[in-house]
Design a protein around this ligand. Structure first.
Ligand code: NCD
Ligand code: ZN
Length: 343
């Protein structure tokens, strides 16, 4: 049994850093372990312009704890109002690493997302021309579609029929959750991120001992058969799958509410949780590629220079993180054991 793992410092290719006080608090967790992160743009209001993204990056950089080297990789929230000229401006800026596609009303702060996919074709063609990746929240949310089928339906109806038709568009299907998504990624020229929660939990976790809002995220956790398919995917030596935590904190009272919002906070222990999943999958020999190399290669970034070491040692995740006297965040695995620790 392996009791210590040393890998090149990892990157998180899907992270919600939020803004203000919460950002300051959680950024320290991410920056302690991860060298870079693709920062999601679903703020209120969303990050839609070069001005927005420059200002947001500035606020992030101001809040990086001293002695941490951490680089935020910025994204823009794609709307139906963007034009091919906007895309050219983003591409030439050098600061915008990707655009994020949210189907309208699919998840937290997605009400500015896309309803008419035909409308964005010229914009996507321009993205292909400038080789800017499109990061996709892949769920169809029409009310007649079962919540657990949203990903599969998006793949069939939107991704395959419309988005795959655009030559040379670089696509990352984000936070994949189903065997259908794994197969689609393997069979097509696209990449995908996988979260720790979808590798470690199935949908029973949402109802574990009563309704558990802290295990509710989007895409929602799926059946065990799908979790098993994700565990197979991370074993695969192809370079298409990489780390993206989708760590998405919400204040405790917004989760524990009559209409609780979606999002799981994992940044405080993300790498340790991935190590558990890789060990379960028998895939530790692919751990470094998934965490530290595949994503960087996809985005054309150099591998990080330093290393990080995990040791096998049980510890208990905190019951909550107090951001200030009013706001606290309940993390994934709250008050439960985590099997790996950062050395
Ligand atoms: C994310 C959030 O809270 O911003 N929530 C989530 O459940 N993953 C949005 C998202 O990535 O879907
Ligand atoms: Zn997300």
């Amino acid at each position: 049994m392996q009791n210590e793992i040393t890998i090149t410092r990892p990157d998180d290719f899907h992270l919600h850093l939020r803004d203000g006080e919460i950002m300051k608090f959680i950024l320290a967790h991410t920056a302690k372990v991860f060298a870079r992160a693709i920062v999601m743009p679903n703020l209120k209001p969303p990050v839609v312009s070069l001005k927005n993204v420059l200002e947001y990056k500035e606020r992030i950089i101001k809040n990086i704890p001293p002695n941490c080297d951490f680089e935020p990789l910025m994204t823009i929230y794609l709307t139906e109002n963007h034009t091919p000229d906007d895309i050219e401006e983003f591409a030439k800026s050098g600061i915008v690493k990707a655009l994020k596609l949210y189907p309208n009303s699919a998840t937290t702060n997605s009400q500015h997302g896309i309803s008419d996919f035909d409308k964005i074709i010229p914009v996507l063609e321009t993205m292909a021309k400038f080789k800017i990746p499109l990061l996709i929240h892949g769920e169809s949310v029409e009310s007649n579609i079962d919540v657990f089928d949203r990903e599969k339906r998006f793949i069939d109806n939107i991704l395959n029929k419309k988005l795959m038709k655009i030559d040379n568009l670089k696509i990352v299907l984000e936070h994949i959750t189903t065997k259908e998504a794994v197969n689609f990624v393997l069979e097509n020229d696209i990449a995908a991120t996988i979260t720790p929660q979808h590798l470690l939990m199935n949908r029973n976790a949402i109802f574990d001992g009563g309704i558990n809002p802290h295990n509710y995220c989007l895409p929602v956790l799926k059946r065990e058969i799908h979790r098993k398919a994700l565990l197979e995917a991370i074993k695969n030596p192809c370079k298409k799958f990489f780390l993206g935590t989708d760590s998405a904190p919400h204040p405790k009272n917004a989760k524990e509410s009559s209409c609780g919002c979606a999002g799981i906070y994992s940044a405080f222990a993300a790498l340790q949780l991935y190590a558990e999943a890789f060990e379960e999958a028998g895939a530790l020999d692919n751990f470094e590629n998934f965490c530290s190399k595949n994503g960087a290669d996809y985005y054309g970034l150099p591998h990080n220079k330093k290393t990080v070491t995990l040791i096998r040692e049980n510890w208990t995740a905190p019951s909550e993180f107090k951001v200030n006297s009013d706001v606290s965040i309940i993390p994934i695995r709250a008050q439960k054991e985590i099997k790996w620790r950062i050395k």
